[in-house]
Design a protein around this ligand. Structure first.
Ligand SMILES: *[C@@H]1O[C@H](CO)[C@@H](O)[C@H](O)[C@H]1NC(C)=O
Ligand SMILES: *[C@@H]1O[C@H](CO)[C@@H](O)[C@H](O)[C@H]1NC(C)=O
Ligand SMILES: *[C@@H]1O[C@H](CO)[C@@H](O)[C@H](O)[C@H]1NC(C)=O
Ligand SMILES: *[C@@H]1O[C@H](CO)[C@@H](O)[C@H](O)[C@H]1NC(C)=O
Ligand SMILES: *[C@@H]1O[C@H](CO)[C@@H](O)[C@H](O)[C@H]1NC(C)=O
Ligand SMILES: *[C@@H]1O[C@H](CO)[C@@H](O)[C@H](O)[C@H]1NC(C)=O
Length: 167
């Protein structure tokens, strides 16, 4: 929580950040959500081009659930997302709050740029502030959570998104 608040508050231009903010291209990575309790490094998958996390393994997925691999070609840039069996698109967060997803056409309600890494942790650079407002929202299925940007409900679970699988 401290880390999250700290990241949220840090101005991007601060020289102190030059060390952990490694400018780099990174390809073919998966993103895992880590929460305080039930959510122990579960991968992002896509369904109807919206982002979810699950404790299921891909072998337990059905045809509408697509696992996702990401490419980041520049620091603070877009994340291109390749959904298994469902083509390539851009990872987005809503401009205000709501479910995170994948799109080919941007508009003013979504943000598709500013994604970067603080170590292995993913932030979004919004107006020079590094924000990590990731939340998991339970769904009607025990082992599936919708991935949200912004806290929209009382039972939303704050999560951090990391590029490393649980060990
Ligand atoms: C993604 O899902 C497909 C089909 O279920 C599976 O063959 C593939 O190994 C999965 N990839 C990863 C990286 O989990
Ligand atoms: C696939 O599984 C998800 C999650 O359990 C469910 O919401 C969806 O309706 C299923 N889709 C199909 C085509 O079975
Ligand atoms: C994503 O960013 C890369 C690197 O800046 C750029 O080459 C590419 O055109 C962008 N893709 C889209 C779909 O905007
Ligand atoms: C984006 O376009 C690609 C190529 O046409 C397609 O395969 C993919 O399903 C599209 N994704 C979205 C989210 O519209
Ligand atoms: C903006 O793009 C998002 C993601 O593709 C889409 O869900 C939404 O309907 C679009 N909004 C408008 C006003 O076109
Ligand atoms: C999310 O918002 C609700 C309602 O405002 C609040 O009760 C809850 O404590 C918040 N949770 C977090 C993790 O910020």
């Amino acid at each position: 929580m401290l880390f999250r608040s700290l990241l949220t508050a840090l101005p991007c231009a601060a020289a102190v950040l030059s060390e952990p903010l490694q400018p780099r291209a990174m390809t073919d990575f998966m993103i895992y959500a880590y929460g305080p309790s039930a959510i122990g490094g579960f991968p992002i998958f896509a369904e109807n081009n919206l982002a979810f996390v699950t404790s299921r393994t891909p072998s337990a997925f059905n045809s509408s659930m697509h696992n996702v691999t990401f490419d980041s070609l520049t620091t603070h840039g877009n994340f291109t997302a390749t959904q298994f069996d469902n083509g390539e698109s851009l990872f987005y967060i809503p401009t205000t709050s709501g479910q995170v997803g994948f799109t080919n056409s941007t508009n003013s309600s979504v943000i598709t740029t500013g994604f970067g890494f603080y170590g292995h942790t993913i932030y979004v650079d919004i107006d020079d502030t590094l924000e990590t407002q990731w939340f998991a929202q339970s769904t009607s299925e025990d082992d599936i959570w919708a991935l949200f940007w912004g806290n929209t409900t009382a039972d939303a679970i704050p999560v951090s998104l990391r590029t490393v699988a649980p060990s």
